[in-house]
Structures are given as C-alpha cells and as structure tokens.
Write a protein that binds this ligand. Structure first.
Ligand SMILES: Nc1nc2c(c(=O)[nH]1)N[C@H]1C(S)=C(S)[C@@H](COP(=O)(O)OP(=O)(O)OC[C@H]3O[C@@H](n4cnc5c(=O)[nH]c(N)nc54)[C@H](O)[C@@H]3O)O[C@H]1N2
Ligand SMILES: Nc1nc2c(c(=O)[nH]1)N[C@H]1C(S)=C(S)[C@@H](COP(=O)(O)OP(=O)(O)OC[C@H]3O[C@@H](n4cnc5c(=O)[nH]c(N)nc54)[C@H](O)[C@@H]3O)O[C@H]1N2
Ligand SMILES: [Mo]
Length: 762
C-alpha cells in the first residue's frame, strides 16, 4: 500500500555516504563559514592539525590527507562560524525572550564574544571584565557553608589539560561533585567493564579491525554519529568479514555505504553492503539476545575451554543460569526467533576473532550495565578479549569524554589516584563519593546544592525531565557557564549567573610561552595533540585552562599551585598529569609524535585488574531481564535518538536524511502494525504520553501533536528525537548500577492527538 503524502516525510533510497554527504559538507561550509579560511578542514585529524570536535572514533594510522566526514564538517563549521553573539546582541534581547527560542535558534546566532553577567533588574546579560568575574565567582564559592554544596559539571569536549586543572581546582576546593556527560552516556561501560574485565574502556585498536573475522554491532548508528567508522566497516566487508547488526531501527549506514573517498564507488561503483544479517531486536532486548547466543554456543560446545580455565571466573554460574532459561523466555525478551539467535551464534562460533561494537542502544537502559556485561560474557566465552583481531569496542560519545575520565573527572575517585594527587600537590583531597549527574540535579532541586559550574555542555537540556531540571537551575545562588555558544542552560539564570566564552578546538591558543597544543584521548585509548589555527572568534576569549585557572586563583587564595605557570605553558600541565598518573610516562615527548601514543589497557594483554585478578562472567540478575511487557494497556517502548543534523543538544538543521525526514523534528517513528492496532495511520497527529516505569500508571508527561511516521522499526518500539522527547523521561528512570538515565527505554502510550483532525495533511 502506498504511503500517503506527509509534508517533510519521505523515503531515502540511496546508500549512506555518497554524493549526499559531499553536498552536505559544501552546504555546512557555505552557511557558516563565509569569508573564513575553509582550508582548516584539511587540518582535521592531521598530525599537525586539530582533533575533530565531532566523534571519538580514532584517526587513521597512516596518511590520508582528507580525514573528516560530513558530520565532522558540520561540527567544525558550526564552531568556526562567522556569526557572533556580542554584548550588543544581549543588550537587545531579554533573557526571558531568548529563552523562548529553541536551542537551534540560539546556537545559530554564533559564537559568544565577551564575558557576561546576568542583571536581574533589566533581565539581560551585561558585559563584565574577566578579573571581576573571577573575583565574584571566587567570593561566592568561598562563601558556601560547605564545598559539597557546589556541583562541577564537565562535557566531553574539554581537553585533558583543562579537565586536569578543573579536577585539581575542585578537589583543592574540597569536593568530588563531578557530574559529567559520561554519566548520561557510557557510565554503564565504565561500571560494567571494570567489573568484567578490570578496565572501563574498550580493548581494541584500529589494527584489530584488520584481523577480525566477524563483527557484531549493537545499538549504534555510525552513519550519523561516527561516520569515519564506516570506512573501517567497509574495509572489513571488502575482506568478506560478516557484520551482524542488532538494532530495532533499520539504519541506512548499517545497510549500505558509498565511500566519498573512493572515486570508483562514487562514480561507477556500487555501494558496499555493511550488515550481512540485520536483526531488529526489540528495544531493551539485547540482554536476552546475547543470553540466547551464549545458550546456543554452550549447547554446541563452541567455547574456548582453555581461556575460560586460565583467565576467568564465574563460568559455572553463568552456565547454570543460561541452562535454566527457556527459549520461550529468550524469544519474548529479544523479540527475535530462536532460529535467528542461533544463526547469529553460528557466525560467532565460526569466527576465530570477534569484535563487538556498541553504543547508546546498549548503555541507556534501566539495565545498561547488565547489557554491557552480557556483551563481555559473550566475548569471554570465545576467548575474544586480549588477542589480535578481537575485543570489545564501545563507541564513545564526545571527542574527549574518555580522556576527561582518565585525568580525574569522576565522582568516585580511587584511593590510589587521590594518594597520588596528595603526594604531588601536597593537599588532602576529599575522599567521599561525590555527585553524578542525576544526584547533582536532585541536590540542586532540593536546595542541598547552591552552586553549579559548567565546563561546556547543556546539562539541564541533556538530562531527563526538563521541567524538574529547569526548576533546579533557577533555584541556584551561583551558576557559571564556560561555553562557545549560547544555549538554554545559560538562560536558566539563578541569583548570580556568569557566561564565560572560551576558545574552541579550531582556534589558535597563544599563551605567555607561545602557541599551545592540547591533548585528547579517543575511543581506542590513543592520546594525541590538537592544535587550532584559526584566529579566535573574538579577542576577549580565553582558553578553557585559563578560565579554570582564573576561577581557581580567585577561589583558593592560599593555593600553592602555580596556576599562572600552568596556563603559560600547557606542557607543565602535562608534566603534572604524568606525575599523578604513571601511565602518562614521557607524556610531552610521546604526544609530540605524529599520531601520539596508546595508553595501557591491561585487558588488551590479558591482565585482569578485577578483584579476583581474573576476567569475570557476570550473569544478569533475574530482574535485569527485560521480559516481554504485558501489553494490556498498549504500552510501547520509546528510544530517543539523534538525527543526522544534530550534535547532542546542538541542532544544525531539521533534516534527518537517512531516515527520510526533511525540515521537521516533531516526529515519532512507529511500526505500521502498531499504528494499525491503534486505529492510526502514517501521518496522523498523535500525543505521546509517558507511563511511570514501574506500575504503568499514567504520569502527566505528554508530548502533543507529533506526527506518526510508519517506519521500519521493531514491533513494540517507537523512536523520537532527543532532546525534544526528554520531557517524557522521568529523572527516576535510570540504571541503578551506573546511574545512566534510561533514555532508550521509556514506556509510553500513543493515541490520536486530542482535538486533532485526522492528520497533518487532510
Ligand atoms: N554527528 C553526531 N555525532 C555524534 C553525536 C551527535 O549527536 N551527532 N553524539 C556523540 C555522543 S555524545 C554519543 S554518546 C554518540 C552516540 O552515538 P549512538 O550510540 O549511535 O547514538 P544514538 O543516536 O543515541 O543511537 C543509538 C542507536 O541505538 C539504537 N537503539 C535504540 N534502542 C536500542 C536497543 O534497545 N537495542 C539496540 N541494539 N539498539 C537500540 C537506535 O536505533 C540507534 O540506531 O555519538 C557521538 N557522535
Ligand atoms: N533523551 C536523550 N537525552 C540524552 C541522550 C540521548 O541519547 N537521549 N544522550 C546523552 C548523552 S550520550 C550525552 S553525552 C549528553 C550530552 O550532554 P552535553 O555534553 O551537556 O551537551 P552538548 O549538547 O554536547 O553541549 C553543547 C554545548 O556545549 C558548548 N560547547 C561546544 N563546544 C565547546 C567547547 O569546546 N568548550 C566549551 N566549554 N563548551 C563547548 C556549547 O555551548 C554547546 O551549546 O546528552 C545526553 N542526553
Ligand atoms: Mo554521549
């Protein structure tokens, strides 16, 4: 049956990549970078250039002179834009008026140029001198009755140098309250893999992809979020490596890809098919899938006995647990048939070296940690960790989110690290557990925390339940935002609010000893330098390390740390990082090499830093098995996802090319059979109502007037864009083990929009 016409909704017939990708690059540059030096795009991810602020996929090993992708180009041109948000702009608009705009409209105005302070009388931001801002912020922080009443957020674009100074300042100030974007992202990986294999990071390098003979992909959308990964998957397919995909949505980039870097493919060649099997698992069904695969492997005896004996613990318990599970239970939990799950297990059994890649489709669930640990179990069964061509590959989010963690942005620091910090800097850091993101927002809501400093990001907009988070922001005595562009967080003003504009990755950073480089760590633990080259967006910008040091100086008046010396020469910050973390041995020397160096990942060489000194099989607890929901009330499970034209809360445009959406974001993707069951049709206007997670009683969360789009998505699953759909998510809906919000398992009901006509195109 032909679908009816709905404005802005169509089908995308082509492969991922191809000419569409090149056209989008050209458009991004034209729109944002008029009269600016566009040759900077040639410096992206090059040894003497800067790290792409897009994703954390590693740089290529040897010289490609063209190492950016469509979405990297959008990220770069968005930062390198010619547009400016000046003090005159703020004089013309009240904060209340600006708050009514969406994040797209706000960031579109361009780069912040001058430090600003909120003035309640005029409801406007007004300019303030840097030193004055630092002094006032320092006085407010010193005035708090307890340092634990302040929260220090970090988003993952921050360099190692800025992040290290930030944690040094905050710990010297006296708290471990470090909510960060990891808490919303790969926390389930940090917690889950640490228990399973003794390190909360991936174990593979790019070289492993050259040697693997099967790849399993769970819950990530590389065509949009890690486009350079498609080059790696394509190479694997050209070697005939099977790629088995589990994803409730058919994502085009996982089906087929045309490499914009291959002249033949672009002109006469065919696209390369990516998935050799594509299983539309139900949302939240991955634990069941992997349990089924493991059950099948055990039945076949297809496990690596020697590895299990020499390297692991917990095998018998896992085996007993899987034997006790029925296939009926597994099929219902996964939304897939036993035959499909066994076929996937056969691909695993027939491969000598297996890599598993995964993203937010695994971590952002009520049982995100259990999901991650089932993937680790599956790899351990076949001895697929710690040898060439095999391992686990979490796709990190922000370009330096992994590095920020490595250099100390964490609310649960180890004693070893704190001892080391104490030895190097001679103060006693706080030992108590600090707040992660959900806890920080709760503390702010309840008035237990009175101050918030944000090193980048858009915290209350990225979190679930915007109403609760916005309210928490407005109650603060002090909020400080270090940012490149204006977003709604900055407009949720408290009693004293400061907006401090900083340099971005693309810009030249000159300090007292000359131009500086910063360093970042990618998804594969490679650390390398990044040097911007564009003139700063305004002469009044400061670098992130300089701003952090400025606040630190003004807050900690007795501090013996040479903050100014650190800012004058970032090499000294790296020396301090090396002194605190021995893994950074010869940091300055090694990071000077063209592609940097790899940090040690003990599990990659089969050293297991777990309590038992062995890798651990960890079965999912009974209540961590998402059994089929009783569907009596017609409850569907909503996954919130990114469109092709966005970077988290930064919206570049309203198209989602590969999913066929143009010019709008008010859509919900639904399986046609689920629509029909509700008496709905493609194109109908619907209301989406959140359902409380436990008892399925209706809560007041509702999104009105979204367009229902019949889409190739698993039965029982629906998808909508983040952050628009965040209002449907309760702050109480998170993974108890890691605190990660369940952005991808939101129970909802969908019904015809109240008072709507039949559809948007009557
Ligand atoms: N251009 C661009 N690049 C980005 C970002 C961006 O916003 N834009 N964000 C960055 C950040 S911070 C991050 S964390 C990463 C995010 O990168 P991804 O992890 O790719 O992020 P999502 O768009 O959230 O999509 C996750 C995928 O999971 C699938 N999924 C949903 N629920 C389930 C499930 O239950 N099981 C399975 N198997 N799959 C499921 C969805 O269909 C979707 O394909 O990308 C980073 N890179
Ligand atoms: N519903 C739902 N919610 C989600 C997710 C989801 O999948 N679904 N994903 C979650 C995930 S994985 C993440 S990581 C979070 C993201 O949460 P955040 O990291 O807090 O959010 P971003 O949107 O990446 O932050 C964008 C802002 O960062 C600032 N910025 C950009 N570049 C720089 C820079 O170089 N320096 C500084 N100081 N500031 C800069 C700009 O002001 C910009 O407005 O969102 C989470 N929220
Ligand atoms: Mo993320």
């Amino acid at each position: 049956m032909a679908k009816k016409d709905v404005p802005g909704i169509g089908e995308y017939g082509g492969p991922a990549g191809g000419w569409g990708a090149l056209q989008a690059v050209a458009k991004a540059i034209r729109g944002e970078m008029a009269a600016r030096d566009t040759t900077i795009l040639l410096q992206v991810n090059q040894p003497q250039g800067f790290d792409c602020p897009g994703c954390a996929w590693p740089d290529p090993r040897e010289g490609s002179s063209f190492e950016f992708c469509e979405n990297g180009a959008k990220a770069v041109s968005w930062e390198a834009t010619h547009k400016r948000v000046t003090p005159e702009f703020f004089a013309q608009h009240t904060v209340s008026e600006l708050f009514r705009r969406d994040d797209f409209a706000l960031e579109w105005e361009g780069r912040l140029t001058h430090p600003m302070k909120y003035d309640a009388a005029s409801d406007r931001y007004a300019p303030i001198a840097w030193e004055q801002a630092f002094a006032e912020i320092g006085a407010h922080l010193r005035g708090l009755p307890d340092p634990n009443m302040a929260e220090f957020y970090a988003s993952g674009r921050t360099s190692n140098e800025a992040a290290f100074l930030y944690q040094l300042f905050v710990r010297a100030f006296g708290t471990n309250n470090f909510p960060d974007c990891s808490n919303m992202c790969h926390e389930a990986t940090s917690v889950g893999l640490s228990e399973s294999i003794g390190v909360g990071k991936g174990t593979v390098t790019l070289d492993d992809f050259d040697h693997c003979d099967a790849i399993f992909s769970f819950g990530h959308n590389p065509g949009t979020n890690h486009p350079r990964m498609l080059a790696t998957l394509r190479e694997a397919r050209l070697r005939d490596v099977p790629i088995v995909v589990f994803n409730p949505l058919k994502e085009r980039s996982l089906e087929r890809f045309k490499s914009p870097q291959s002249p033949v493919e672009m002109t006469v060649g065919k696209a390369v098919s990516i998935a050799t099997s594509y299983y539309q698992v139900k949302v939240g069904g991955d634990t069941a899938v992997v349990q089924g695969m493991m059950k099948a492997l055990l039945a076949q005896g297809a496990v690596d006995q020697a590895f299990i004996r020499d390297h692991t613990t917990g095998f018998e318990a896992l085996k007993a647990d899987l034997e006790a599970m029925s296939w009926d239970e597994i099929e219902r939990g996964a939304g897939l048939s036993r035959a499909d799950i066994e076929a996937a297990a056969d691909v695993y059994a027939n491969a000598k070296r297996v890599i598993i890649c995964y993203g937010m489709g695994i971590t952002q669930h009520r049982h995100g940690t259990a999901n991650v640990q089932q993937l680790a179990n599956l790899l351990l069964l076949g001895g697929n960790i710690g040898r060439a061509g095999a391992g686990i590959c979490p796709l990190r989010g922000h370009s330096n989110v992994q590095g920020d963690r490595t250099v100390g942005i964490t609310e649960i620091p180890t004693d070893k690290f704190l001892d080391s910090l104490q030895r190097v800097f001679g103060f006693a850091p706080p030992r108590g557990k600090g707040h992660a993101a959900v806890e920080a927002l709760e503390a702010m809501r309840e008035g237990r925390s009175r101050a918030l400093v944000c090193l980048g990001g858009n915290l209350p907009v990225a979190m679930p339940d915007p109403e609760a988070c916005f309210d928490a922001m407005r109650k603060l005595d002090l909020s400080v935002h270090i940012a490149t562009k204006l977003n709604r967080s900055h407009l949720l003003v408290g009693a004293h609010t400061y907006l401090l504009p900083c340099l971005g990755r693309t810009e030249l950073d000159v300090q007292a000893t000359g131009p500086q480089a910063v360093t970042v760590e990618d998804s594969m633990s490679m650390v390398h330098a990044s040097r911007g080259s564009l003139p700063p967006a305004s002469p009044d910008l400061k670098s992130e390390p300089a701003i952090v040091a400025g606040i630190a100086r003004a807050t900690l008046r007795e501090s013996k740390v040479d903050w100014e010396g650190f800012v004058a020469d970032y090499g000294r910050i790296r020396d301090a990082i090396e002194a605190v973390f021995p893994d950074f041995k010869d940091y300055n020397e090694r990071v000077g090499r063209p592609r940097g160096f790899r940090l040690d990942v003990p599990a990659s060489r089969r050293e297991w830093c777990t309590k038992m000194g062995r890798a651990q099989f960890i079965p999912a607890a009974r209540d961590e098995r998402p059994l089929a929901r009783p569907d009596a009330q017609g409850v569907l499970v909503l996954a919130t996802v990114r469109s092709h034209d966005q970077y988290n809360t930064t919206i570049y445009g309203k198209n989602d090319r590969y999913r066929g959406v143009t010019g709008r974001r008010d859509v919900v993707f639904v399986n046609a059979a689920d629509l029909a069951e509700r008496g709905l049709e493609h194109g109908d206007l619907v209301d989406i109502e959140g359902v409380a997670a436990h008892d399925h009683t209706l809560s007041p969360r509702v999104l009105r007037g979204f367009v229902a789009v019949a889409h190739d998505i698993a039965r029982g699953a629906v998808a909508a864009y983040y952050p628009e759909a965040n209002g449907l998510i309760s702050l109480a809906n998170f993974d108890a083990r890691s605190g990660t919000p369940s952005y991808k398992s939101v129970p909802v009901v969908i019904r015809r929009a109240a008072g709507s006509r039949e559809n948007v195109n009557p």
